[in-house]
Design a protein around this ligand. Structure first.
Ligand code: DGL
Length: 260
């Protein structure tokens, strides 16, 4: 496969654009093709079977477009079907998981109190149970499903401060945040709320996401396969979505640019 072939990136909707932003920043010379499945979002309240079906369709399409690698820019889809996607295709498939290890490692040996904010399905899946089992003996970990933070982004209401504040309040008011070390944004949609979380939480509390780590991992995987694009010019960026509405296209570009 030519190293100039595009990297395919997909998500249940617009959240994956936050990952695409991190990939573009780290590897500006790569050609990137994004697919957002907004017509079928959210995935986080669907069954694993429904999510897997959508992911196969989307990844098939990206492979047809000649993708040299695929990033599952969605913690939910990764939990459900990363191994199945890896079996289905020859190209590298890079997935995501809530950055719980980063949050726990921050303690440098001291026990940490961590909230993992993610979709209901991510927190229910076996993959997360295994991740949690690695850390829960030494750390206190709270699982917080936040499905409405997905629908707010999808409906273009991220700028509605009072709605976002009220939603954060609904999910986090029961915690004593002065006693929490970090919140892990375990859903790619939530990364767009970083400034809201920073405003809502005490300044000592760290807000952690896995986007940069995912971009670095992708770079390592491509380097190992000798597939990094070494062209001098910046790569192309193509955005597509299962929802053909013009407003979705506009919102997609806006969200992507907000990450640069
Ligand atoms: N952005 C997705 C994630 O990282 C899923 C959001 C959803 O569709 O529920 O988990």
């Amino acid at each position: 496969m030519a190293s100039s072939a595009p990297i395919g990136i997909f998500d249940s909707g617009l959240g994956g654009l936050s990952v695409m932003g991190a990939v573009r920043q780290l590897m500006p010379h790569e050609n990137l093709v994004f697919f957002g499945d907004s017509a079928h979002a959210p995935y986080g309240t669907k069954t694993p079977e429904e999510v897997q079906k959508r992911c196969f369709l989307i990844a098939d399409k990206l492979v047809e477009q000649g993708a040299k690698a695929i990033v599952i820019a969605c913690n939910t889809a990764t939990s459900v079907c990363a191994p199945a996607l890896r079996e289905r295709y020859q190209i590298p498939i890079v997935g995501m998981e809530p950055a719980l290890k980063v949050a726990c490692d921050r303690g440098q040996g001291r026990s940490q109190r961590v909230i993992v904010a993610a979709t209901p399905l991510t927190l229910k899946e076996e993959k997360f149970a295994r991740l949690m089992a690695r850390f829960e003996a030494d750390h206190t970990i709270y699982k917080q499903p936040c499905p409405d933070l997905v629908t707010i982004v999808e409906s273009g209401k991220l700028g509605n401060e009072s709605l976002v504040q009220a939603t954060l309040e609904r999910y986090f008011a029961s915690y004593d945040l002065t006693n929490i070390d970090s919140i892990v944004l375990g859903c790619t949609h939530f990364v767009f709320y970083r400034h809201y979380f920073e405003h809502y939480c005490p300044p000592e509390l760290a807000i952690i996401d896995g986007n940069e780590g995912t971009a670095r991992h992708l770079r390592d995987v491509l380097a190992q396969a000798n597939q990094l694009n070494n062209q001098a010019a910046n790569g192309s960026v193509t955005l597509s979505n299962s929802n053909p509405d013009c407003a979705v296209k506009q919102l997609s570009w806006h969200l992507l640019e907000s990450m640069s």
